[in-house]
Design a protein around this ligand. Structure first.
Ligand code: CP
Length: 304
């Protein structure tokens, strides 16, 4: 496998292999199998964690990097195409290009034009496969398994890409899924079709109270303000969900119940939740480092 573009492309065996290698990197921070390799990072949409962890993972493993954040200050503003940019960088002997862009499906055409591995670091509201792999890693480490779990996704299920990717990744592990959102931000039909095709049970809800005592994982997401065509529509739903430590006290939650969030959070998880035994979102973000080292390792060495 040359590229990491969509969770649709990964088999269960490949997912488990990446998680196994990520665990090796978590146990040994000095481990590297990509020393002196070249990695290009093109972040054409804002990012803190994905860019930060991909850069840190490359540097901690001894790789060299070219890092572009936004088009400003690059020849993209002069009209240079991404295809030409990739062709030129492959001449520098880079092995991997990590790209975040708002253009959905962009990575597929980029991958067809280069021998370098293309890693999708997020394409608009579509896919975020490296996030899914770190999410699966975090679920596995908190639940000690991936199979037969009940997982709820809460928030902006229409514009958020992490939920779509993760639902597809989880489909290999016999889950039951609960989608909790305002009416205007329901999970998209392509995900529902995918789950139906894989015979994964799922249900849709408007309140967390309906499902919170049933689930092993509550996966919170922010309302994606930047993707609303009309700001008025954002204001109607921006406070739809809010977890606080006080709110959680009223429920009889499952043993090992954990709250995940891809971050950034806005107001959907109050900081009072951070010190409860349920919060796992900062560990989850740390797992991004280990998982992205594993991605570099397996794609550069073509062992996946
Ligand atoms: N989780 C995530 O994708 O965060 P960033 O947008 O900060 O990269």
């Amino acid at each position: 496998m040359k590229d990491l573009i969509s969770m649709r492309d990964l088999s269960k065996k490949q997912i488990l292999k990446i998680l196994e290698v990520a665990k090796e990197y978590k146990i040994d921070p000095y481990l590297t199998r990509i020393d002196r390799e070249g990695i290009i990072l093109l972040f054409l949409e804002p990012s803190t964690r994905t860019s930060g962890s991909f850069i840190a993972a490359a540097k901690q493993c001894g790789a060299w990097t070219i890092e572009i954040s936004g088009q400003e200050g690059t020849s993209f503003v002069k009209g240079e195409s991404i295809a030409d940019t990739l062709k030129m960088y492959s001449g520098y002997r880079a092995k991997v290009v990590v790209i975040r862009t708002k253009i959905e499906g962009f990575h597929r055409s980029a991958a067809a034009q280069t021998t370098m591995s293309i890693i999708n670091a997020g394409d608009g509201a579509n896919q975020h496969p490296s996030q899914t792999l770190l999410d699966l890693f975090s679920i596995q480490e908190t639940q000690e398994r991936l199979s037969d779990l009940k997982i709820a996704f809460v928030g902006d299920l229409k514009f958020g890409r992490t939920v779509k990717s993760l639902s597809m990744g989880l489909a290999h592990f016999n889950p039951e899924l609960f989608f909790v959102s305002p009416d205007s931000l329901k999970i998209t039909n392509n995900v529902k079709f995918y789950l139906k095709e894989k015979k994964i049970p799922f249900s849709e809800h408007s309140k967390m109270e309906e499902i919170i005592e049933e689930v092993n994982i509550l996966y919170m997401t922010r309302i994606q303000k930047e993707r609303f065509p009309d700001p008025e529509d954002y204001h109607k739903v921006k406070d739809a969900f809010r977890l606080t430590a006080e709110y959680l006290k009223q429920f009889s939650l499952k043993k090992n119940f954990k709250i995940l969030h891809p971050l950034p959070r806005i107001n959907e998880i109050d900081t009072s939740v951070d010190t409860t035994p349920y919060a796992h979102y900062f560990e989850q973000a740390e797992n991004g480092l280990h998982t992205r080292k594993a991605i570099y390792d397996l794609f550069i060495n073509r062992e996946i």
